[in-house]
Design a protein around this ligand. Structure first.
Ligand code: NAP
Length: 318
């Protein structure tokens, strides 16, 4: 292995040791460095595999050839104005996609099958069957029809839900009613009773889950109210607007995996709101056992002179 082929791992918020161990196990013979203690000579670092690295860190490696985001979202990287002009590759992997599909299906079914009401009844020892609409009577709107959104939409359609989807560019997907761009947002929202958000955070999507959008959701459908499920990014949601919408009945419930500030501050009213489900950014974890092989495959492609997959379009921001 040449001196300028070292891989640097720079990971915050997750346990870097697990990634280090997996990279060392699979990339035997490769020089694996671990920020901050084991950087070594910056001139040897060719690849950076990162999650939320500190801004300006990656600009310190003059021979850097590519950056790999260990998560699907790259907003923490695109926010670094000193990001070196090398390809930025993000994780797209069946393991991550399946985890997100599980989360979305679970949370949609929790709403659809009224599980919170049954939980409340159980606490009171109440035996009462609630009227239950069929899945085909309910429209789920999926905001973001990328890798994760399209997979979740397809799984929901297989369960029988009527599924609408919204993306930036027009798409044709079997079994999904597709909408695109700002001009078709209203038509998408007004038919959606459960809004699932799997958008990336970009300047165009920041704060998109606001009062104006929530007010357009369908409240008089089979579920008798509108619901929000956000597993995209916290910066997409205006939390004060979501709370106001819950309190005035615009929203019947919200399931939030991501928050403007993470961990969600202990004094946030979202923790205790009776119609809010909070999960700790756990919808789809990046797991080293599943993903390191994927990154190493991409590096091998790059070193053979082949095009890497899932290179981020920096102009679009995702
Ligand atoms: N909670 C978690 O555990 C977790 C885990 C992984 C990922 N995530 C989040 O999930 C996001 C989506 O991941 P992904 O792999 O599905 O991303 P992706 O493949 O890049 O898809 C993004 C989708 O959003 C659409 N989009 C982007 N900007 C838009 C805009 N301004 N208006 C309308 N649609 C827009 C894109 O439209 P086009 O198809 O037209 O390009 C695309 O359909 C990530 O960015 C990350 O924030 C969360």
């Amino acid at each position: 292995m040449t001196a300028s082929s070292a891989i640097l791992l720079a990971i915050t918020g997750w346990d870097p040791q697990e990634w280090d161990a997996r990279f060392r196990a699979l990339a035997t013979g490769r020089d694996i460095r671990l920020w901050p203690d084991r950087i070594g000579d910056p001139d040897n670092i060719a690849y950076a595999c990162v999650w939320k690295p500190p801004h300006r860190l990656l600009a310190q490696f003059p021979k850097l050839r590519a950056i790999f985001s260990l998560g699907a979202g790259v907003d923490a990287l695109t926010a670094d104005l000193s990001l070196p002009p090398v390809p930025l590759v993000r994780i797209v992997d069946p393991d991550l996609t399946m985890r997100m599909t599980e989360y979305v299906v679970l949370q949609v079914l929790m709403v659809h099958r009224q599980q919170r009401r049954y939980d409340a009844q159980q606490r009171e020892r109440i035996w009462r069957e609630l009227p239950q609409p069929a899945a085909h009577e309910v429209v789920v709107g999926v905001m973001g029809l990328g890798v994760l959104g399209a997979a979740a939409a397809a799984a929901l359609a297989r369960l029988g839900f009527r599924v609408a989807g919204w993306s930036r560019a027009a798409k044709l997907i079997d079994g999904i009613e597709t909408y695109c761009g700002p001009n078709q947002l209203d038509a998408f929202l007004t038919r959606s009773e459960i809004l699932v958000c799997l958008l990336p955070h970009t300047p165009a999507t920041e704060g998109i889950l606001n009062s104006a959008v929530l007010h357009r959701l369908k409240r008089d459908g089979a579920l008798g109210g509108a619901y929000l499920i956000n597993a995209g990014r916290g910066s997409l949601q205006v939390e004060a607007d979501i709370l106001a919408a819950l309190d005035d009945g615009t929203l019947a419930g919200a399931t939030l995996d991501v928050f403007a500030t993470e961990p969600l501050p202990v004094d946030s009213p979202l923790w205790t709101h009776p119609n809010v489900t909070v999960t700790p950014h756990a919808a789809a974890a990046s797991v080293p056992d599943a993903l390191v092989e994927n990154v190493l495959r991409q590096i091998a492609r790059f070193e053979r002179g082949e095009a890497m997959e899932n290179v981020v379009n920096l102009a679009a921001g995702y």
